[in-house]
Design a protein around this ligand. Sequence first.
Ligand code: V47
Ligand code: SF4
Length: 396
Amino acid sequence: MTTSQASPSIEALLQRPSLDAGLKAVAEKVLRQERLTPEDGLLLFEKADVGFAGALANHVRERMHGDNTYFNRNFHIEPTNVCIFTCKFCSYSRLYKNKEEGWELSIDQMLDIVKKYDGQPVTEVHIVGGVHPKMNLDFFCELISKIRAHRPDLHIKGFTAVELDYMFRKAKLTIEEGMKKLHDAGLQSMPGGGAEIFHPDVRAQICHDKVDADGWLAIHRAAHNLGMHTNATMLYGHVETYAHRVDHMERLRQLQDETHGFNTFIPLKFRNKDNEMAHIPEVSVIEDLRLYAIARLYMDNFPHLKAYWPMLGRQTAQLTLSFGVNDLDGTIDDTTKIYSMAGAEEQHPSLNTAQLAMLIRQAGRKPIERDTLYNVVKDYSEEVFTDAELLGASKN
Ligand code: V47
Ligand code: SF4
């Protein structure tokens, strides 16, 4: 692509006399659809202001998706918050030795959660929790096959690589054997948690005892090789440097070149309430927006970039739609505690379809309900909603 195909705002940006020559070269690469190098990524983090990064990222977002902005109707099950690991950023888990302070759901209790949604048009259940030594691979295979039998139309997205690494090791199975067992039981895709920051220097400081980068990537590779799709996250805004962020994105980009199994990249902003990293201030909204924009520019082989609204808050999530983001996750229905316990503004995250669609429309974009694999369920751009729906009177 030549710069003449760029929007007038980008043309104007490139003509700024004060524009750094390196940044100008990066922008020209983006316009020619050339891959950015790690050095380019670092330069963007070090020098690009939010307007510059945002204009370029918006150009890429519109080239890939136009105004389409995806969301789904989903709910979470968090089987337990008891965890053998000791991630310093985690406000949610309770150590196994203090397990009476946490919760542990039985298979029947989790099926009761699924049954609450009988007759409702949810398309996905997202299952993720702490690593409880007594909840093993057989337990979760039974849970998944029972959910599948009860509600075959519900897509089951479950378990971070951290939970799976522990389950497979305990069952003395290889990653490939363990993944196949879960897939055969009915697991269809995996969320992106547990990635944090891959670099060992950062992992040593914030999550020294759980699966490392190679282990995380090997589990996602095995899922992709079975034809499953997965997501990838990056926990940002704590002790990591810009170089660590680029290294993290580079490792993901390389696996994606190999398998093409990732759907979505989800940057997760570190929230600092009630955890062992509470002394670290949270980064600003400007830094959030810069990060989303640079992620869109760097992760050129990831089809989607998601802002997870329960963690960012709905207003910042709305802003990200002009900074590369094209997905806001789902309705949630107040079924996750990970972020409310870490201090997110959304203490009871729940939006019905009308509210999510309007959030997207107010930002000038087209709300498209999708399923987990990004098949279009319904375009809500022209839908007329009642006041009762907009006020949240209906759950769906
Ligand atoms: O890995 C934990 C993060 C993740 C904090 O794939 C924190 O669709 C910020 O991965 N501040 C789990 N973040 C959640 C997750 C996820 C969420 C939504 C959608 C998807 C998806 C995946 O939550 C953990 C960790 O990175 N986390 N504590 C905290 N204090
Ligand atoms: Fe356990 Fe996950 Fe919390 Fe780490 S982030 S302590 S693995 S629940």
